[in-house]
Design a protein around this ligand. Structure first.
Ligand code: FUC
Length: 766
């Protein structure tokens, strides 16, 4: 059967489903009625971990802007010399693919551009001069490639040109058979990079593009023309010689061989098989969690994502389905930009179109990189946490030397606020930054219960960060331990000082996690007891004169202060020193501070506040914050104040500009609203808002190695299933009800609305 006949049949089915919008039951889809004009606010992201791409869906000229996570300018931090505030450069844009099709927008009809986040497939469909065109794109993690397939319902419909461009000064060449474009370059710091784009076609022919250039941007004269093809497919891969190893000064092999192999293998496999493999791989992660906050009406589904956001923002329309989509979008993004084997998500995940991105697109240690990873465990994406853990592990020795240079004779390490991929830092020291990183190492164990990981990876790092504080804490004459040189991020008014609440709480958290880690290992009792004694002596959070949680030891809190950072509430979330159950007065003080701070702020600040209010058990307030984050904005200029935070029409979070932490922090917020497990028990629906009266969720994770499924109706729990993955004892609460039991590994426990166990013996071996 000629390929185009198969394609026609497939498109007929797809178009049938997609065109009758009212019947569209695929709910996890963002879709738009016109191509994207702006990269940051409209284009849609796909990614396979190391590589990301933003798709515009153009019909005249399609632009696919792409990145690789390790392409960084700036110095590479070898072990010598140690320069304070060295040139950390910035994450770099890699290049673009331009496809000139010449389908004039004013003659295009039935246009639809969509990103299905269940399958991680981007699709553009439209009609032009009687032909139905379709572009399908996806980023495959297992194959390490990005694939763009152009098909049509008539043969020989595709004639056009494709170019590969580069954001530095790479050589671009075309292979002698015209099938492959290649860019190869080197930036000033020694990082070498390469991209290869293979052009496959059915029917018609390929030839070297003539230098004539219909694009309004400079491109290399080297491109490929395709003429009268039934279909055209592009396979892209890119890499650098970055190696996550400071002993080689972060340099590994030239990427040519690896990129060639990935593209060659993908070309042999063909698009269909790559797509099947990609969808299976992606769904193995994404499909673990389903969330239903209310079925969308056909009227809502008939509206584009932009229209729904507009209604939601400007007309205050209730749209719990859009809210659920936003939650899942955070999971989609994390899977797409954080896979084991490459660097962690930076300020923009992996998506970046500039060589001078905002804040260098860095790893920002005083909230942002941590927030990126808040949903990893609770939203059942523990694997996606691994790049961050590996990153921390890879930097310990470099940071230890730098820490000694800055702090003198101390063991262990900490870090500055701005960090690149290879050990270079700048801006202010963030003394408790390493303790915050340590929390992530601990949480990976707390949720996953992998004792070998705890022993071999996490515990040694927790311990060395404790060493830093053993050497650095100051003991006052009355025996109190204080952090000596703190700064509550990023309050400019004050000089470094003792006993800043943010620092004290983070050290407390580090010590708590280390104590529990030693207990879990059953080792290191003497050290454990020593840390426990130090924890007793730490200066603790205190309540100030207007009932607020004090940000500093000296009372300077201003009820008018609307600062975006709310660092002194770390102990409420993501810490656990303050909780409604165990420290109700301090929890109340957090409430007072939050009310004073107000809701409106940068994107990530709003996301943090969702989590705070969830921990305070106030679902309606958490939901109000969620609404204030799902606020459609268009501005991309940096604003630090209270206007501009929200989301763009492509659902990427606006600081502004785009910053991915708000997306990921919001997803963590949903998890906290529906399930909490930080206080030694699993709390079901601890902050369910009135806006979600009926719903269900499956696959959220709880500490202790549990997965939870729940349904609710009329704002009350109707059933729950607790799946025990590692056989830990379990205590579940819902309002004033409790169920407590030992569990068996790989068994599921069904509970009714009163938390009574259901069924025969109540244990369902999986
Ligand atoms: C911190 C924040 C800013 C911004 C930057 C990347 O400095 O205070 O708001 O998010 O990180």
């Amino acid at each position: 059967m000629p390929v185009w006949i198969g394609v026609v049949a497939l498109i007929a089915v797809a178009v049938g489903a997609e065109m009758s919008r009212g019947n569209d039951i695929r709910t996890n889809t963002l879709w738009y009625e016109r191509p994207a004009n702006r990269w940051m606010t409209e284009a849609l992201p796909i990614g396979n971990g190391p590589m990301g791409a933003m798709l515009f869906g153009g019909t005249d000229i399609e632009r696919i802007q792409f990145n690789e996570i390790s392409l960084w300018s700036g110095r590479r931090m070898a072990t010598e010399p140690y320069v304070e505030n060295d040139d950390m450069g910035g994450h770099q844009a890699f290049g673009d693919i331009f496809i000139h099709l010449g389908h004039a927008p004013d003659k295009v009809s039935h246009y639809r551009r969509e990103l299905n986040i269940d399958r991680a497939v981007h699709r553009v469909t439209y009609e032009y001069e009687g032909v139905r065109y379709q572009q399908t794109a996806f980023a495959s993690h297992p194959a390490g490639v990005i694939v763009i397939e152009l098909t049509a319902n008539k043969p020989a419909a595709y004639s056009g040109r494709v170019w590969l461009t580069d954001m530095h000064e790479a050589q671009i060449s075309t292979s002698s058979d015209n099938h492959r474009l290649r860019s190869e370059g080197k930036i000033g710091n020694g990082f070498e990079y390469e991209a290869q784009l293979h052009v496959l076609h059915h029917g018609g022919k390929l030839k070297r593009a003539v230098p004539e250039n219909p694009l309004r941007i400079p491109v290399s004269p080297f491109g490929v023309s395709f003429e009268k093809c039934d279909s055209v497919s592009l396979i892209l891969s890119a890499g650098t010689n970055f190696k996550q190893d400071h002993t080689t000064e972060w340099l590994g092999e030239h990427p040519h061989a690896a990129v060639t192999k990935r593209v060659d293998t993908a070309v042999k496999r063909g698009v269909e098989s790559l797509l099947d493999e990609h969808v299976a791989d992606f769904q193995a992660l994404f499909g673990r969690v389903s969330l239903d906050l209310g079925r969308p009406s056909p009227e809502l589904l008939a509206k584009s994502t932009r229209e729904r956001l507009t209604d939601y923002t400007q007309n205050n329309v209730a749209d719990p389905h859009l809210e659920a989509l936003f939650c899942q979008f955070g999971r989609y993004l994390l899977i797409s930009c954080s896979r084991p084997g490459s660097l962690p998500a930076n300020l923009q995940g992996v998506w970046n179109h500039s060589n001078r991105p905002a804040w260098a697109g860095d790893y920002h240690s005083n909230i942002n990189v941590e927030m990126n990873y808040w949903p990893a465990e609770a939203a059942n994406l523990a694997e996606c946490h691994v790049p961050f853990i590996d990153y921390v592990d890879s930097l310990r020795e470099v940071y230890a030397k730098k820490t000694q240079k800055h702090y003198g004779e101390v063991r262990g390490w900490t870090l500055q606020t701005m960090n690149n991929a290879c050990g270079v830092q700048s801006w202010k020291w963030n003394p408790p930054g390493s303790a915050w990183y340590a929390q992530h190492l601990w949480e990976h164990y707390a949720f996953g219960r992998d004792i070998d990981y705890l022993r071999e990876t996490a515990y040694p790092i927790l311990k060395e960060i404790c060493h830093f504080w053993e050497d650095h804490l100051k003991r006052r004459p009355d025996g109190t331990l204080v952090t000596p040189d703190g700064w509550s991020p990023e309050q400019y008014k004050y000089e470094p000082e003792e006993g800043v609440t943010y620092d004290q709480e983070l050290v407390y958290d580090l010590f708590t996690n280390t104590i529990e880690a030693a207990d879990a290992l059953g080792e290191d009792e003497e050290f454990r007891d020593h840390i426990a004694a130090m924890r007793e002596d730490l200066l603790k959070p205190a309540i100030g004169s207007w009932g607020q949680l004090k940000e500093w030891e000296i009372e300077r809190d201003d009820p008018e202060d609307k600062h975006r950072h709310v660092s002194h509430l770390f102990a409420l979330y993501p810490g656990r020193q303050i909780s409604m159950a165990q420290t109700p007065e301090l929890a109340e003080a957090c409430r007072v501070s939050l009310n004073a701070r107000g809701d409106e702020s940068t994107g990530w600040s709003r996301a943090w506040k969702i989590n705070f209010w969830a921990r305070l058990g106030d679902g309606d307030r958490a939901h109000r914050l969620l609404r204030s984050l799902l606020n459609l904005v268009t501005g991309t200029k940096t604003i630090y104040g209270d206007s501009g935070g929200g989301v763009y029409s492509n659902l990427l979070c606006s600081h502004p500009p785009f910053q991915i932490d708000g997306n990921l922090g919001a997803t963590a917020g949903y998890c906290e609203m529906l399930l909490q497990s930080h206080a030694g028990q699993i709390q079901l629906l601890p902050a369910l808002p009135a806006a979600w009266p009926t719903g269900s969720v499956k696959g959220l994770c709880a500490r202790g190695g549990f997965e939870v499924e729940m349904t609710w109706k009329d704002s009350r729990l109707t059933s729950a299933v607790i799946h025990s993955k590692s056989g830990q004892p379990c205590r579940v609460t819902y309002k004033d009800k409790t169920w407590e039991s030992d569990t068996k590994a790989d068994a599921s426990y069904h509970l009714d609305q009163n938390l009574n166990r259901q069924g025969d013996g109540n244990v369902t071996p999986e």
